[in-house]
Design a protein around this ligand. Structure first.
Ligand SMILES: *[C@@H]1O[C@H](CO)[C@@H](O)[C@H](O)[C@H]1NC(C)=O
Ligand SMILES: *[C@@H]1O[C@H](CO)[C@@H](O)[C@H](O)[C@H]1NC(C)=O
Ligand SMILES: *[C@@H]1O[C@H](CO)[C@@H](O)[C@H](O)[C@H]1NC(C)=O
Ligand SMILES: *[C@@H]1O[C@H](CO)[C@@H](O)[C@H](O)[C@H]1NC(C)=O
Ligand SMILES: *[C@@H]1O[C@H](CO)[C@@H](O)[C@H](O)[C@H]1NC(C)=O
Length: 319
């Protein structure tokens, strides 16, 4: 084992939080005999607030000289230089950069490390919804705070004693994935686990749920409110089922209509099943009326949609 890899394994023993290395680019320099050559820049990930040790690729007989972005590093209370190692007691974000160690006599470079500092991921947060019941459900996740270093998020699910499957994701960085071919009307929950992982650590969150409890349609589409000619007390409200709801004839929706008049903080609500228009009647005010509509599974499974954008109209009026 050369001193460099000894340094690495020492690091692994001392600091479980650390680190793996990736060779990025190759550059050769230095030609003196018996001297290790620089073969590339090694990327190293360290955790902010924790100890980081960098080891020089040099024979122990020499004392290495360390540079950060080509400026010599002096020992401080925070940064300790011993033989081959540079030890940062508590890494701060400003300590990122390219560390290199050199022969103090010739200035030859022995190794280069690009130090990148970040955090182990926190516990992922996620919610799963079925907006297009009964086709599939989708899970959406986010991390508590940025990790600053490459982090992978993966979601898996299982149902009954079936094998754990990957929740298919077009791009895990976008924070969502989709579970197809769902089992309907089952009393057995799905179990979904989202795991965030980087070279500093790994955290998971697991949730169980019944599909029907996480139904949440998109809001109704193309909501419009209009006066009805010759009707002085009525307004016609029309809308379309959400385009993402695959089969409104088979999986009926009910609609919650909320309306109020300008200047009033009292609103009225009505529920309508399997209809895409409604006549508001018994209206008196010459002012503007406002309406929003939400959709929900008609037997009240799951959650109502968000409200549609507000639409408004005035009663028909003839001078
Ligand atoms: C360290 O030096 C040896 C030669 O002594 C070389 O084979 C190795 O690639 C060097 N490692 C790094 C990371 O520069
Ligand atoms: C070193 O250089 C890198 C890249 O230019 C820069 O991001 C980093 O802040 C520098 N580090 C220090 C300590 O100046
Ligand atoms: C809403 O109206 C637009 C334009 O008239 C139309 O293209 C769209 O298909 C309608 N949406 C639904 C869900 O019917
Ligand atoms: C729901 O509405 C659609 C369209 O108006 C109609 O074809 C269907 O028969 C209705 N279903 C029920 C159960 O009322
Ligand atoms: C309202 O919806 C019903 C079916 O639900 C339909 O028969 C009727 O024509 C609609 N009225 C208007 C004004 O769109």
């Amino acid at each position: 084992m050369n001193t460099f890899s000894e340094g690495i394994s020492k690091m692994y023993m001392e600091l479980p939080i650390m680190l793996c290395a990736v060779m990025v680019l190759l550059s050769a320099s230095g030609t003196m005999e018996h001297q290790p050559l620089v073969t590339g820049v090694v990327v190293r990930y360290g955790e902010i607030g924790r100890k980081v040790i960098l080891s020089c690729n040099i024979s122990a007989s020499e004392q290495a000289e360390w540079r950060l972005n080509n400026s010599q590093i002096m020992e401080t209370a925070d940064v300790i230089l011993t033989e081959n190692d540079l030890t940062i007691l508590s890494a701060r974000p400003t300590m990122e950069g390219e560390y290199s160690c050199h022969s103090p006599e010739t200035g030859n470079t022995y190794s280069r490390v690009s130090l990148q500092l970040g955090y182990a991921p926190g516990k992922p947060r996620f919610r799963c919804w079925s907006v297009n019941y009964p086709l599939n459900m989708a899970c959406f996740w986010s991390l508590e705070k940025p990790t600053n270093i490459p982090t992978e998020v993966k979601a898996t699910f299982s149902y009954r004693r079936e094998h754990v499957k990957t929740c298919s994701s077009a791009d895990s960085l976008q924070g969502s994935c989709s579970i197809e071919d769902i089992n309907l009307f089952s009393t057995i929950p799905y179990k979904v686990t989202v795991t965030a992982k980087n070279l500093l650590g790994s955290r998971s969150t697991t949730k169980e749920f019944i599909v029907e409890k996480i139904i949440k349609p998109d809001p109704p589409a193309n909501v419009s409110l209009s006066p009805i000619p010759n009707q002085r007390k009525k307004l016609l409200l029309q809308w379309k089922p959400p385009a993402t709801w695959p089969n409104p004839q088979l999986f009926l929706l009910k609609y919650i209509v909320k309306y109020w008049q300008v200047g009033s903080n009292r609103h009225r609500m009505i529920e309508i099943i399997n209809q895409t228009n409604y006549t508001l009647s018994g209206l008196h005010s010459r002012g503007v009326y406002f309406v929003q509509v939400a959709a929900k599974d008609f037997v009240d499974n799951g959650h109502p949609s968000e409200w549609s954008p507000v639409v408004s109209a005035k009663l028909w009026f003839k001078d």
